[in-house]
Design a protein around this ligand. Structure first.
Ligand SMILES: [Fe+2]
Ligand SMILES: [Fe+2]
Length: 269
């Protein structure tokens, strides 16, 4: 996969640096080994942000194909640009602190989309799982990472992304809330399963690696957190806080059984 660009909706000029107005890195005091570990997170973030851009773009296209109306499809289109900016920002920050170039892989996005051939199901499922649930969890993780960070470039970049993630999770809940009353009963039942599977996927991706780190009693240097890597205990805590205090109750307000989705996340067919 190529570096971040988007054909639809139209992307900003990819040649313009997005980190130009951020502070210079201040990394001279860190040991090389520490830096190598902590800064390797930037190319991974860049790849993850591009995944989000592809999801937003697919969601926008699905909303058009399904003929969905309201203000939210235009907000999704502008979200594509946010996510592309995040991806380029993470790649640029990585380059400025000496990290390797990102490796982009669209295979997981393609696999997710291939299971959602119908445009209405695709739009509803992406709104629910990736925007409402996923962006909520991402907001809490970015917030915790930002608060623990100290290095000025890291802090500025994380803060800039965090502001958009807060908007994206709100967009997700607003949009699925607007769409929900119009959905047929069978599709709502299917979305109950998607919520459960989505929660399991988020837990596997977000909390499980941190739990493994703790189980193996691997040391965590305080400098990692200064450079934006979230301490594993905090990662686990932020994930479960976001799910149990925010996502599950919001699913309930939507009309889904949030507690059941969470309880049965590994049993959803
Ligand atoms: Fe993002
Ligand atoms: Fe986002």
């Amino acid at each position: 996969m190529h570096p971040p660009t988007a054909r639809s909706p139209k992307a900003a000029n990819p040649a313009t640096p997005v980190a130009a107005d951020l502070p210079a890195p201040s990394i001279a005091s860190y040991e090389e080994k520490t830096l190598r570990f902590a800064t390797a997170a930037w190319p991974m973030r860049a790849a993850e942000e591009l995944r989000s851009a592809l999801i937003f773009r697919a969601l926008y296209k699905a909303s058009q194909r399904a003929g969905l109306t309201g203000d939210w499809p235009a907000r999704v289109a502008s979200g594509v640009h946010d996510e592309l900016r995040h991806s380029r920002l993470c790649a640029e920050v990585g380059a400025r602190v000496g990290a390797p170039r990102p490796r982009y892989d669209a295979t997981p996005v393609r696999a997710r989309l291939s299971g959602l051939p119908d445009p209405l199901l695709r739009a509803a499922s992406l709104l629910l799982v990736e925007l409402a649930i996923g962006e909520t969890i991402s907001t809490y993780l970015f917030r915790a990472g930002y608060r623990a960070s100290r290095e000025p470039l890291t802090r500025a970049a994380l803060r800039s992304i965090l502001g958009d993630e807060v908007r994206h999770q709100r967009l997700g809940w607003d949009a699925i809330g607007a769409l929900w009353p119009t959905l047929p009963e069978a599709l709502r039942a299917e979305l109950q399963r998607h919520a459960a599977k989505g929660l399991a996927g988020c837990e596997q991706q977000t909390a499980k690696p941190a739990m493994l780190w703790l189980k193996e009693r691997r040391p965590f240097e305080p400098a990692y957190a200064e450079l934006g890597v979230l301490r594993p205990e905090q990662r686990v805590e932020a994930f479960y806080f976001a799910v149990e205090r925010f996502v599950v109750p919001r699913l309930g307000r939507l009309g889904l059984d949030g507690a059941r989705a969470w309880e049965q996340r590994y049993r959803a067919p």
